[in-house]
Every structure is written in C-alpha cells, then in structure tokens.
Design a protein around this ligand. Structure first.
Ligand code: ADP
Ligand code: MG
Length: 702
C-alpha cells in the first residue's frame, strides 16, 4: 500500500508555491532538516510551531499605551520632519496624536517616499507597533502596520511569531504558512471515539488553523486544545510505530541459546585487564537474555570511557559459543576500523574469525566478505550502514550490537533486525537517556548501566584558557610532547560551513608543523577513508605526537596513550560534544589534561558550559546541565544528537499526552491489529503523515 492520496498536498514541494525560489527553498530545507534530495515540503511548514503570538486587537490610546508593548493606535498625522539630505543616521520623523497625547513615528533609512504616501498630513491612520520612549516622549520605530481607517480589517489582529533562521523573514514565513494551510485538506479523524469525547479537541486541520491563523493569542498556548491535539497526534504516530516494531519482535520468538562459557572464559583470560564489576553485571544480564527464548532488546548505557566495547565483545563471544554470528555496527568507517583493530587480537586469541565490511571497500574484497558472511565462516562482522545492504545475508545472525545508537534511526535498526530473523539486539550509548525517553524513542528496552569507570583512571585536569594565551599553550604542549605525551588538537566547529572548519584545521596543522615538524598529523571528514585510517594508525602507533582534527574524532576514538585534548574555540561547542571530545583522553592510567581555548567575547551560556566542564567529568551531571542550559525547547537536543525528534510535542510539557498515546496505541493494536475499517484507514493516514512509513509493512494482515 502506498501513501493515501489525500495526503498528497501535505507532501507537495514548497517549490510549487508562489514566491518560493531555489534560494528560499534551500534555506527552508536546511532549516527544517529536510533530506538533501527531498527538499522541504508543505507538512514541514505546517508542523513549524509558533513560539508565541503578537496581539494587536486592543485599540489603545497614546496616554495608556505601555512602553515595550505592541499597541494599535488610531492617530491623526500632524507633520513630517524628513531626514536632512545626506545624514543617514538621522531618521525621518512623523508627528501624530490622538485625543490623549502625542507620539512620534520614526523611520530610518531611505523609504523611497513610502512614509509620506502612507501617512498623509491631516488624515487618520491605524498604526501598530512596539511603543518606546525617547527623551521622555513616546515613539514607535518602524511600525509593523500603517493602514487607512477603512482597511482596519486587513491588519492581522493576532500574529503568530515563529522561530526563524538567518535570512528568513517573519513576514515571508507567515505568508507562506497561511498559503499552504489554505491548500491542505481536512483529514479523516484518527483519534478514537473515547479519547475524542474525553478531550474535545479540534480536528487536525482546525488545530493547525487555530495555531497558524489565531484570533486570540490563547489559541496557540502550548497547553491549549490545539497544541495538545497535535502533540498527541505526533505521540500516537510514534507509539503505534514502536509498538508495531515491538510486537513483531515478540511474535518472532528468540532462540534459547545454550551457552557453554568456553569462549567467554577464554576471552576473560586473554584480556589485559580485569573486568569491572559493572561490566561483569552487564554481561550477566546479556547472557541471561541470550539463554531465554525472548528476543533481547537491551540498551547498554555507560559514560565515555566506561568500557562498553569489551562488554559487546563478551556478548559476541557468547553468541559464538553456539556457532552463531554477531554483527557490530558503528556510525562511521573510522570507528568500524578501530573496533576491528581492538577486537581482532582478542578474536584471534579465542579462535574466532572477525571481518570488516564498509561501503568503500573494493568490490573484490567485498565479495569475499559477503561470502564469508553467508557461509558462516565469519563469526563477527564489524561494519557501518553498509551492513544493511540487501546483498549481505548472514548464515545465522544471533546478535546485533549497535554502537553509539543516537546516530542510528529506528529505520536502520529495523532493517538490520530483519537480517537475522530471530536475532537479539544490544544497543550501546554514552548518552544517559531517561526511562520515559527510552519508551518513546526505542520502545520497551531493558537497560544495563556501566556506572563506574575502570579502576586506576585519574581525573582529567581541565583548564579554561583564553586564545590570547596561545603561546603558553604551545610551551606547555612542547614540554609534554618532549616527555612522550600525545595530544589531540580539535579545531573550531563552524556551523555554517564544513569547508571553513576544514581550512581552519589545515591552517592549524600548518602552524603546528612549523613548531613540531613531522610529528603533527591531520584528520578530517573530507579525507578518503584509507587516508583517515593511515593517519589514525600512525597516531595509534605513536608515530605522531599531535593529531589536529575536526570533530570526526568526537565519538568512540580510543588511543589510551593520548593524554592531552586541546579544543580550540571551545565556546562554539555544545556541552555534550565537549564531554565526548574530552572523553578521548583519560583512558589509560596516566594523568590527562584538557585545555578549552576560548575566544572573547564569551557569552553567558558558553561561559556556563565551559565552567561545567571544568567542574565535573560526570556524564550524567553534564547531560542534566546540558538540558538546563538549552532549555525545554530542545530537551532532546535533537538537532545536536540526531535523535529522532518531535516537532509538535514538547516532551516535558506534554508528558501526560505521551502516556495517553502509549495506552491508546496498545488498545488500538489489541482490538484492531490490522488497522482495518474507517478508523484503521485514518490511523494509516496518521502514520504516513508523520513519515512512519516503515511501520506500515508491520501491520498484521487482516
Ligand atoms: P566506551 O565505553 O567509551 O566505548 P571503550 O570501550 O572504548 O569505552 O573503553 C575505553 C578504554 O578503557 C579502552 O582503552 C579499554 O581498553 C579500556 N578498558 C575497558 N574495560 C577496562 C577495564 N575493565 N579495565 C581497564 N581498562 C579497561
Ligand atoms: Mg565506544
């Protein structure tokens, strides 16, 4: 079944609307996070929620118009005082009054005669804008609206205010949204009768209308009926999807694996260290899952450096005891290669075959790998998303381990779990995820936590240093490198342009080469994967002392001998990103340092972020602090972390609706698992609308 045709207008490209040229289209695409090939569509706009509303309804008088408030005044125009020729800094002023007092309207810049025309002396006009005070007198600088008395109705009385991006004007966005709203049809009601009666919410279309073209500011209140309805809709679509995935996993029972313990005990003997108690406990839980018939769906959560990889290795070794295969998925080739390097010696020690599959592998190599996977010769397969390719079939996939889950969507996870019909799933993440979020994002998963770090770790000495002290940093680095230390030097993140970031990394690399010669390497995202691996290898083997890098090294990179992390323009990084980066050092028994170099001026939040970094190394505290600093609008940090985000629901505000949606989705799937009939059809529309197409094939037939 494909997308119901009633939804076609919601998926129309914005290019088909008047006034949307390639430039605006690209800007909107980027703003809404639309895929590069797809471009922004109507539903992106409709789901862009305003933050608040401007209220122009009340007709005020000059005397009682409050400073700093938007007011709509009915004014007599008295006279114009044009700006003197050639004096750009002096505005054109218009003196006006009503029966209660006088007010000045102020216009900067060249208005091309527009001001004279729209405010003729001796006539009356409605003027709406923010009232200010200047030299003890009231004024409005650049009123938002100036309209003749008979055109009062053309002025929007209540105007939604949207989050904007650089280059996007509020007026254009508002006009566009109201245009696309007009072109969108009424949809069938998917909210169940019981819930609908209880809540008495407006229809989907009506809710959008109330929010985008409100007649009172209360209409877009985040706890008002319109926003609540939309939040519920989004949750319901999400919950139906997760529960469909979940029910599929439960229906296909797992396999009771008879683990002998032969390989895991060999592995423990081969490890250069003792497992921590946390690692042992986590593995016990995993082993329990593997031996029962239920399919494992487990999250292994542990701060950076807590030693998740070895737990995964234990789990894969256990699976191999039954002759079955495991797959380990990493978010980048660099990490996949690193996992291979870490695990290969361990696998050899216990007699397992471990291979790598990446997208950029030469065809012949890939063919060999594919054969080894399908014949069952490969026990452990490490890879990137290339593992999803349909040409790869496993002989007997028992366990899938996904590293750094927040980079993967539910989509890929599903694709992979379909490779092994009854395979178990272990997801590793460094981001502490609260229970309720686990429920909404990943469905019902069991959780194992690595609470402590391996013994013998020393605290990382974190310093906040102004860029003006560059020479001091270099002197300190020289001394440490002379003692054999290795350092990462991370270059500024430039949001607008990967290219600019690259140039700054290249510049820094060149500058450091002047000082440290051939002991400086460079790694960045634009390099070929082989080049990256070579540089990484050289750093790992201590042939390089300093590795200048962009944020490609953010996740997972593990070089225990590296003990210095220098982050340039640290003020531009998010808190969790800084934490991830710092987590690259402090991995061995030697003491480590992290230098956060910032450039003035340092804003309040940036300063708070750096101080948090100095004060604590605890990932949980940092995550909490991160939420506090980012505010509730971006609770999940969806943009930063790539976690599946919400557009309509605000997680900490609409929590109770999530619970309703959870309950309702369960009831729906219990009573109408095939989503048949009118209500079933409406629910399918809902799933497509929220782009949960992947859930559709999971709906049980009939
Ligand atoms: P992360 O949880 O961030 O993925 P890793 O698995 O990369 O952490 O482990 C970080 C470092 O700690 C690695 O160098 C690893 O070899 C080491 N390590 C893991 N477990 C232990 C342990 N029990 N004792 C000592 N070192 C350990
Ligand atoms: Mg890791």
């Amino acid at each position: 079944m494909s997308r119901p045709s009633i939804l076609t207008p919601f998926f129309a490209s914005l290019r088909s609307f008047k006034g949307v040229g390639p430039q605006l289209n690209a800007l909107l695409g980027k703003f809404f996070g639309a895929g590069e090939t797809d471009g922004p569509i109507v539903s992106d706009l409709l789901m862009h929620m305003p933050e608040r509303a401007i209220d122009r309804r009340k007709e005020a008088h000059v005397r009682n118009a409050e400073i700093g408030e938007i007011s709509t005044l009915k004014l007599h125009v008295d006279s114009h005082i044009p700006a003197p020729r050639g004096r750009k800094s002096i505005p054109h002023r218009v003196l006006a009054h009503d029966e209660t007092g006088e007010i000045t309207l102020v216009f900067f810049g060249n208005n091309g005669g527009w001001v004279e025309k729209s405010l003729p002396v001796g006539e009356q006009r409605y003027v709406s804008g923010e009232v200010a005070s200047f030299g003890g007198k009231k004024q409005i600088v650049h009123p938002d609206y100036v309209v003749p008395l008979d055109k009062f109705d053309t002025m929007p009385k209540v105007e939604p205010v949207y989050p904007l991006t650089h280059g996007l004007s509020a007026k254009i966005l508002r006009r566009l949204i109201s245009n696309v709203l007009n072109s969108s049809p009424q949809l069938p009601e998917w909210i169940g009768e019981q819930r609908a009666k209880e809540m008495n919410w407006p229809s989907f279309k009506q809710a959008l209308t109330n929010i985008h073209t409100p007649t009172s500011p209360e209409m877009l209140n985040i706890l008002g009926p319109a926003r609540m309805r939309l939040a519920y809709d989004e949750y319901l679509a999400g919950q139906l999807t997760l529960q469909l995935i979940r029910s599929q996993m439960v229906v296909e029972k797992g396999i009771e694996r008879a683990l002998t313990g032969a390989l895991t005990s060999k592995l423990i003997a081969a490890l250069p260290f003792e497992l921590t108690d946390g690692q042992k406990a986590a593995f016990d839980e995993i082993r329990g899952d593997l031996t029962t018939g239920d399919r494992m769906s487990r999250l292994l959560q542990g701060d950076v450096g807590s030693g998740k990889t070895v737990v995964a290795m234990m789990a894969m070794a256990a699976a191999a005891e039954t002759g079955a295969q495991s797959a380990l998925m990493a978010p980048t080739e660099l990490l996949a290669t690193q996992h291979l390097n870490t695990l290969l010696p361990l696998c050899e020690a216990i007699g397992l075959k471990c291979i790598l599959v990446t997208g950029k592998m030469p065809a012949a190599e890939k063919r060999t790998a594919t054969e080894q996977i399908s014949s069952g010769e490969a026990d452990i397969v490490i890879g990137t998303h290339a593992l999803f390719q349909s040409s790869i079939t496993f002989a007997d996939l028992a366990l899938t381990v996904v590293d750094e889950q927040h980079r993967f969507g539910v989509h890929q996870r599903l694709a992979l779990s379909q490779k092994g019909q009854k395979s178990d799933l272990l997801v590793m993440t460094a981001t502490p995820i609260p229970r309720t979020l686990i429920l909404t994002h990943f469905g019902d998963m069991a959780v194992s936590i690595l609470a402590e770090k391996p013994a013998g770790r020393r605290p990382i000495d974190t310093a906040i240093i102004p860029a003006t002290a560059y020479d001091r940093v270099i002197a300190r680095l020289k001394a440490r490198v002379a003692e054999g230390a290795q350092a990462y030097w991370v270059c500024p993140l430039v949001e607008e342009s990967e290219l600019v970031q690259l140039v700054s990394a290249q510049d820094r690399h060149a500058a450091l080469k002047q000082i440290f010669g051939d002991k400086v390497g460079l790694i960045h995202g634009r390099m070929k994967s082989k080049e990256k691996q070579d540089v990484m290898g050289a750093f790992q083997n201590n042939e390089l002392s300093i590795l200048v890098a962009t944020t490609v090294i953010e996740v997972g990179v593990d070089v225990p001998n590296a003990t210095i992390m220098i982050i340039e323009h640290a003020e531009r990084f998010g808190l969790s990103q800084l934490h991830q980066l710092r987590g690259r050092v402090g991995r061995g028994a030697k003491s480590s340092a992290c230098l956060l170099i910032y450039k003035e001026p340092l804003g309040e939040t940036a300063s708070a972020r750096l101080n948090t970094m100095k004060q604590t190394e605890d990932g949980f505290i940092i995550a909490e602090q991160d939420l506090a600093l980012r505010g509730s609008g971006d609770v999940l940090g969806t943009r930063q972390s790539g976690m599946p985000g919400y557009r309509l629901a605000i997680p900490d505000v609409h929590q109770h609706l999530l619970e309703f949606a959870h309950e309702d989705a369960a009831n729906i799937l219990a009573t109408n698992p095939g989503l048949t009939g009118d209500h079933g059809h409406a629910l399918r529309v809902l799933l497509y609308l929220f782009r949960k197409d992947l859930a559709i094939p999971l709906i049980r037939a009939g």
